[in-house]
Write a protein that binds this ligand. Structure first.
Ligand SMILES: NC(=O)c1ccc[n+]([C@@H]2O[C@H](COP(=O)([O-])OP(=O)(O)OC[C@H]3O[C@@H](n4cnc5c(N)ncnc54)[C@H](O)[C@@H]3O)[C@@H](O)[C@H]2O)c1
Length: 249
């Protein structure tokens, strides 16, 4: 029987690359996103690889929509083996005191509450099954402090706490959860930004010991390793994938 993975933020970037990489390993995919077109593209890419895929349009910041994508996955596939809890937004890049309450709530709602709701409903299924693996997407900003991203950084530090603590509670029930902390990675969003601001790209690369950004494919490889049985005894970890960036801070 093929394994079943839910991937949130599957319509673009790290979510899309990981959905495709998992499909190459014979995994069926539930692609969750607010972006219908991106999500459908991912479904087509997975189907081309011969796996079954389902797009579910859901906003992860709304608990009822999170419950819906979990319920629909179980109805359709009967189980959830893997969960890439990945949907997120970067925020507006302004200094913290230039953010409104609404700006703060938006980033917290998607990045932190969305991830918490996801684990709340998915882990419920996994613990009942006595097995399951989760990868939560944190960030370099989840392991070090960085300016212009205070709210984002707070949510990503929260992802780290969620990952460690859920394992403390449910590791005994067969649940594995790890977090990834990518540095700047050339997803479409980041690529468009740096294409428009080439001097900022140069600056970013100077701060990375390997002198280049990461690729979505490199991140997808790590997530696939962490989700599958190859990483069976890796639990509650935060794995940095950043070319040495945070190591130098
Ligand atoms: N790209 C980087 O440099 C980088 C670095 C560190 C961490 N991250 C994290 O990786 C994750 C993925 O980012 P990415 O670079 O692939 O970005 P991306 O913008 O390419 O993809 C994010 C996807 O999430 C979806 N999404 C946004 N809000 C949503 C919501 N409320 N409900 C459901 N889906 C929603 C978007 O539609 C999009 O398809 C995010 O959590 C981000 O914080 C990215």
């Amino acid at each position: 029987m093929n394994k079943v993975a839910i991937v949130t933020g599957a319509g673009s970037g790290l979510g899309q690359s990981t959905a495709v990489r998992l499909a190459e390993e014979g995994v069926n995919i539930v692609a969750v996103d607010v972006d219908q077109e991106g999500g459908q593209n991912t479904v087509e890419m997975v189907e081309k690889l011969g796996q079954e895929a389902l797009f579910i349009k859901a906003d992860v910041s709304k608990p009822e929509e999170v419950k819906k994508y979990v319920d629909q996955t179980v109805e359709h596939f009967g189980t959830i083996d893997y969960f890439f809890n990945n949907a997120g937004i970067s925020g507006n890049g302004n200094y913290f005191l230039d953010n409104s309450v609404e700006d703060i709530e938006k980033v917290v709602g998607i990045n932190l509450l969305g991830a918490l709701y996801g684990v709340r409903y998915v882990a419920d299924v996994m613990v009942k099954n006595g097995k399951g693996a989760i990868v939560n997407t944190a960030s370099s900003a989840g392991v070090i402090g960085q300016d212009s991203v205070v709210t984002y950084s707070a949510t990503k530090h929260g992802i780290v706490g969620l990952t460690k603590s859920i394992v403390a509670e449910y590791g005994k029930d067969g649940l594995r959860a790890n977090a990834i902390a990518p540095g700047p990675t050339e997803t479409p969003m980041v690529k468009d930004f740096f294409d428009a601001n080439p001097e900022m790209k140069e600056n970013a690369e100077k701060g990375i010991p390997q002198r280049r950004l990461g690729t979505p494919e490199e991140v997808a490889e790590l997530v696939t390793f962490l989700l599958t049985s190859k990483a069976e005894y890796v639990n509650g970890e935060v794995i940095r994938i950043d070319g040495g960036f945070t190591n130098t801070k």
